[in-house]
Design a protein around this ligand. Structure first.
Ligand code: FAD
Length: 376
């Protein structure tokens, strides 16, 4: 049974894990549930523009992330048929100077692994895998959350519940927003190509965007440049939910035919053996989505089509904003300490027990939100 200072998060995707770290930094305990038994390395490339990298760096993850990211030097936009470069925008040092944080691209699995590692060693975060959040009940001082694992029904209490349960969020439905995601009649195909099998222009540190008729193509290096992430977006009526349906290379090559698609992008599409695809959905924006002590973040709140490469970045921004709002709303820490410092009788006894049990390291970690603050 969690305390009234515990925040419960449903979903250990990019948004839920970032929220756990950001909220714990403000002195809360956090319990995260994810329905998956294991958080496997699913997905491919994700773009972390400066609005997102700034937050992850402020959470102390910069060093770990730098081992995996690529910092593209530019964004290049090309015509699919002629291969002519239509536009170039500097990223790299120019973007970092302009925005005060780097523009990165990363494999989703690497980002999730860095976040999970940080969550696992955090003294105030508990990660429960294989537990699906099914329902909640609002009560006077917060919320009771009901989750189901293979063997048990779990019940947990917290001061707030955050639904970070993705595009098909059941908590969103439970909050009364019953409309299903809106199918965009597009499918995104993704693959990872070994960089050393590609011509140099395809493995350069750049985000590349090819404009074609009724299809476009995005690619950039990930995993320190050893792989190239390829995403091909086509019009399609295939609409199965999920992120990882298998796709046939021959089918995607047929959609990117010559002469509408020139030799260089076709060489890239021919390189990977294995393709996966997912149907694109979004939802019309809501003005409000929370209720009392329960709210949503990331794709559960406002799923986006991938044309701005901001799905993960918005979930990360949500996490930071929500953590700040929770901290603002929390009891005043100084006032609380004023009471605790001067307890007598049984209160003083309990205080001594708690201080002894918690130990020096964890005691200091409770002040991370305070001593770790830096100007943005
Ligand atoms: C498996 C997977 C692969 C992806 N691959 C890509 C990709 O290659 N490229 C790309 O651009 N985007 C990809 N995405 C989407 C991208 O991660 C998100 O759009 C973005 O990061 C926003 O993340 P989020 O945290 O809001 O949601 P998500 O990343 O979707 O995470 C939601 C999490 O909630 C969990 N969950 C769902 N329901 C419950 C419940 N009731 N109780 C407990 N847990 C629950 C899910 O298991 C999941 O871990 C993928 C998402 C997933 C889940």
């Amino acid at each position: 049974m969690a305390s009234s200072r515990t925040v419960i998060i449903a979903g250990a995707g990019i948004g839920g894990l970032t929220a756990a770290l950001a909220i714990a930094r403000h002195g809360f305990g956090v319990t995260v549930f994810d329905q998956a038994q294991r958080l496997e390395e699913i997905g491919a490339g994700i773009q972390l523009s400066p609005n997102a990298s700034r937050i992850l760096i402020a959470l102390g993850l910069g060093e770990q992330l730098r081992r995996h990211v690529v910092a593209p030097e530019e964004l290049r936009v090309m015509n699919a048929r002629t291969a002519r470069v239509l536009a170039r925008a500097p990223l790299g040092a120019v973007a970092e100077k302009r925005y005060g944080a780097p523009y990165w691209v990363i494999h989703r699995g690497d980002l999730q692994a860095v976040l999970i590692d940080a969550v696992r060693v955090h003294p105030d975060i508990v990660l429960n895998l294989g537990a699906r959040v099914e329902d909640f009940a609002l009560n006077e001082d917060g919320v009771t959350v009901f989750a189901r694992s293979a063997q048990h029904l779990l019940e947990d209490r917290g001061v707030a519940l955050i639904g970070a349960d993705g595009l098909w969020s059941s908590l969103r439905r439970r909050l009364g927003h019953r409309r299903e995601p809106r199918f965009a009649r597009r499918t995104a195909w993704r693959a990872l190509a070994p960089a050393d099998a590609l011509m140099p222009e395809l493995r350069a540190p750049a985000v590349n965007l090819w404009f074609g008729t009724r299809a476009h193509l995005v690619h950039y290096p990930v995993r320190g440049g050893s792989l190239v992430n390829v995403v091909a977006i086509v019009r399609d009526d295939w609409r199965e939910p999920g992120w990882s349906a298998p796709g046939e290379r021959a089918e995607i090559l047929a959609r990117y035919r010559a002469p509408m698609w020139s030799a260089v992008p076709r060489a890239l599409l021919a390189a990977p053996e294995h393709w996966q695809k997912w149907a694109l959905y979004d939802r019309p924006p809501l003005a409000r989505w929370g209720k009392g002590a329960v709210t949503l973040l990331g794709d559960a709140a406002h799923p986006m089509l991938p044309y701005l490469a901001q799905g993960a970045a918005m979930a990360i921004e949500d996490a930071a904003v929500l953590a700040q709002r929770l901290a603002d709303a929390r009891d005043d820490a100084a006032r609380r300490n004023g009471i605790v410092y001067q307890l007598g009788g049984p209160g003083a006894f309990l205080r001594t027990l708690a201080l002894t049990a918690i130990g020096g390291e964890r005691l200091l970690a409770r002040y991370d939100w305070l001593y770790g603050w830096r100007p943005a």
